[in-house]
Design a protein around this ligand. Structure first.
Ligand code: IPE
Ligand code: IPE
Ligand code: MG
Length: 232
């Protein structure tokens, strides 16, 4: 149990390939990812992880075929409908990181608001869903808000930018896991990930289970974090 990460980020990737390998449409892979997400969240809860940020839809995912985008919107709405009450019962606070722009259907936004409202006082763990999220967009949005607040240039520092990110109350992720054998960030938590430990696994997201999270955490526990300093 030594050094369980406080905040874990997960790039849930490989749904399309999982489905294609089975001769199924890509969307079936997204559907199969629900079990992976729920099991991973329960695994994180069991270990005492305090925050889990999962990448569900990126600002670049709008480039996908319209049917897939539509599926993902409905799927994420349905996922909240199906799961918010059990997560609430476990003391999970559900939050969202991302842009609420006109492309996100109203029905999806209202489900998000409902889940956030229902669970807002929960303290056991935060499940932060990065939805219509881009790391660059997050930094742009933070800078815009600083300007709107009339903050002068000489007051702009890292602390000020950080305080204007989507969830400044969450500590930076200690560990970020990406599934499906891709070695890139794809615009996930750019600011927050500066000193995160990265773990990559070939497991495709729909096959990911809490044991895979535990394996990633074991790898994390072998790392030596220096934050630019020298070994102690
Ligand atoms: C991740 O799986 C889910 C989202 C990006 C929404 P993909 O759909 O990217 O699956 P692959 O990478 O094409 O296999
Ligand atoms: C990142 O995966 C986004 C999510 C998991 C939601 P992508 O599949 O969209 O990223 P690329 O295209 O492989 O970089
Ligand atoms: Mg992908």
């Amino acid at each position: 149990m030594k050094s369980v990460p406080h905040h874990v980020g997960v790039v849930m990737d490989g749904n399309g390939r999982w489905a294609t390998r089975r001769g199924l449409p890509r969307t079936e892979g997204h559907g199969a990812g629900e079990k992976a997400l729920v099991d991973t969240a329960y695994g994180a809860l069991a270990l005492g992880v305090k925050a889990l940020t999962v990448y569900a839809f990126s600002t670049e995912n709008w480039r996908r075929p319209i049917d897939e985008v539509r599926y993902l919107m409905n799927f994420n709405r349905g996922l909240l409908e199906r799961r918010q009450h059990e997560l609430h019962a476990e003391g999970v606070r559900i939050t969202f990181s991302g842009r609420r722009d006109w492309r996100v259907p109203r029905g999806v936004l209202s489900r998000m608001d409902e889940a956030a409202e229902l669970t807002k006082n929960n303290k056991v763990m935060t499940l932060n869903i990065a939805f219509n999220y881009g790391g660059r967009a997050e930094i742009v949005d933070a800078v815009k808000r600083l300007i709107d607040e009339g903050v002068s240039a000489k007051k702009v520092d890292e602390k000020a930018i950080r305080a204007h990110l989507y969830h400044p109350e969450l500590p930076d992720p200690d560990l970020v896991v990406r599934t499906s054998g891709e070695f890139r960030t794809s615009n996930f938590l750019l600011w927050e990930m500066a000193y995160s430990e990265l773990v990559f696994t070939d497991v495709l997201w729909p096959d990911f289970r809490r044991e895979d999270l535990y394996a990633a955490i074991s790898e994390y526990q072998l790392r030596e974090r220096r934050f630019g300093g020298v070994d102690s």
